[in-house]
Design a binder for this molecule. Structure first.
Ligand code: GLV
Ligand code: MN
Ligand code: MN
Length: 425
């Protein structure tokens, strides 16, 4: 049965998002880290929805749920497919839209395409990735990297979570196949492009009173693990001038990171220290070891590289002045990723059909498209969210806007079908 209106599609999306939001590893808040028991249950629910929508469902070696729809009409692209998706992992104490909306929108769009009897000349696979947030393991985009054929298998044993569990062990517990990573990759010549619907996670669309926007590029980002090593000592006896306090040095380093990011405002530079731990962690012991993460982003790549160099320079000076040692390991780095003109145009045309002028904007947040760009052209459609709030339980998107996004996705796929044979940009 067709949904008839974007409003009905929005209501369906909201109900599915509410069902996913009830699946959490923590009581009273949404936390669903990669390969956790809640991720398992969410993947099973998504697989059920895909089956109910008539898709052939499978799960790849790294836990990405794949719902496949065959082409509806024969043609030169009938052995090729578009991929549509997003992620179902979350940050700690998350909202209910970041990632999940893109998966739900893909399922609803494909269900509606079938119900309306629209016959696309290519297949479409809906993908529910598991590791977009990179919160549990120091990997980030492991599942989409595997789909794109660029996953580094050294991470299977090299990446461990805070409890010491390796990615390989977690995959086995989840039901994945650490030795089957290669089979998760799509053959490059079978894929026409990757489309993702996502909340904006910023305030621009709301300020301009627009429900949807077309993404032009996704800002690059680098992530680091910094470890500072000093000397433990007695809080009551070691004179201030004789200390090698790892935390005091770390605090100065964190403020230096903030200062460097603030100086890069014209490049939309932002830097965040989101995780910090110290040892031995006692009220009367001088901290001997501090670890913290740095997440550094900018609209283009050269200022980000310059900021990294500036951070390393400042850290060296601080460590020398305080007689501590430090290591700064860059464990994740993605360049600024462009969205293909032809997919941007398909979304813009779809929005035009709906009477919406196409506002084009960049994404400051990271997305699976970073990894998927190694496989194919990518494109993203943003949905307005309230006050730009994201990575926060107060994240909110209006059901009416989400319905428009599903309708725009249906029409963008149809527009891409019309453009078949034009090749990629
Ligand atoms: C993902 O949400 C990121 O941008 O960190
Ligand atoms: Mn996301
Ligand atoms: Mn996120």
């Amino acid at each position: 049965m067709t949904a008839d209106s974007p409003a009905e599609l929005g209501r369906r999306a909201q109900a599915m998002l509410d069902a996913l939001a009830a699946i959490s590893d923590e009581e009273g808040r949404i936390t669903r880290l990669y390969l956790s028991p809640a991720h398992r249950r969410a993947a099973d629910l998504v697989a059920r929805w895909m089956r109910e929508a008539g898709m052939a469902v499978s799960e790849d070696a790294l836990g990405t749920v794949r719902g496949s729809t065959p082409p509806g009409a024969p043609g030169p692209s009938s052995n090729r497919r578009y991929l549509v998706g997003s992620h179902i992992d979350t940050v700690v104490d998350a909202g209910r839209y970041d990632g999940m909306l893109g998966v739900v929108a893909g399922i609803l769009a494909l269900q509606e395409i079938a119900a309306r009897g629209i016959r696309l000349p290519f297949g479409v696979d809906v993908l529910a990735f598991g590791d977009e947030e990179g919160v549990r393991f120091p990997t980030t985009l492991a599942s989409s990297s595997a789909v794109a054929g660029v996953f580094d298998t050294a991470d299977l044993d090299g990446a461990r979570d805070a409890a010491g569990v390796s990615l390989r062990e977690a995959l086995v517990a989840f039901g994945g196949d650490p030795d089957g990573v290669a089979s998760a990759a799509y053959p490059r010549d079978e894929v026409l492009g990757y489309l993702e619907v996502h909340i904006e996670q910023g305030p621009v669309l709301e300020i301009e009173d627009r429900p949807l926007g077309v993404v032009t590029s996704i800002a690059g980002q680098s992530r680091f693990l910094v470890t500072v090593t000093g000397d433990a000592g007695h809080a009551g006896t070691v004179p201030m001038g004789h200390r090698r306090d790892a935390l005091a040095a770390g605090a100065e380093m964190i403020l230096a990171v903030e200062e460097i990011a603030r100086a890069g405002r014209e490049h939309q530079m932002v830097a965040t220290v989101g995780r910090l731990s110290l040892e031995p962690g006692a009220v009367n012991v001088i901290p001997s070891r501090v670890s913290f993460t740095v997440d550094l982003r900018a609209a283009t790549d050269p200022p980000r590289a310059a900021a990294e160099a500036a951070v390393r320079h400042r850290f060296r000076a601080i460590a020398e002045a305080r007689s501590v040692a430090f290591l700064m390991d860059r464990y994740h780095d993605t360049p600024t990723t462009p969205c293909a003109g032809r997919i941007q145009d398909a979304f813009a045309r779809a929005m035009g059909d709906l009477g919406l002028p196409a506002r084009r904007l960049t994404s400051g947040a990271g997305h699976d498209g970073h990894a998927m760009h190694a496989l194919c052209d990518i494109g993203m459609l943003f949905v307005r969210c309230r006050a730009g709030i994201s990575h926060n339980p107060n994240e909110y998107a209006d059901a009416g806007d989400m319905g428009l996004a599903v309708e725009a996705l249906i029409r963008a796929l149809t527009a891409l079908a019309d453009g078949e044979g034009e090749g990629s940009t």
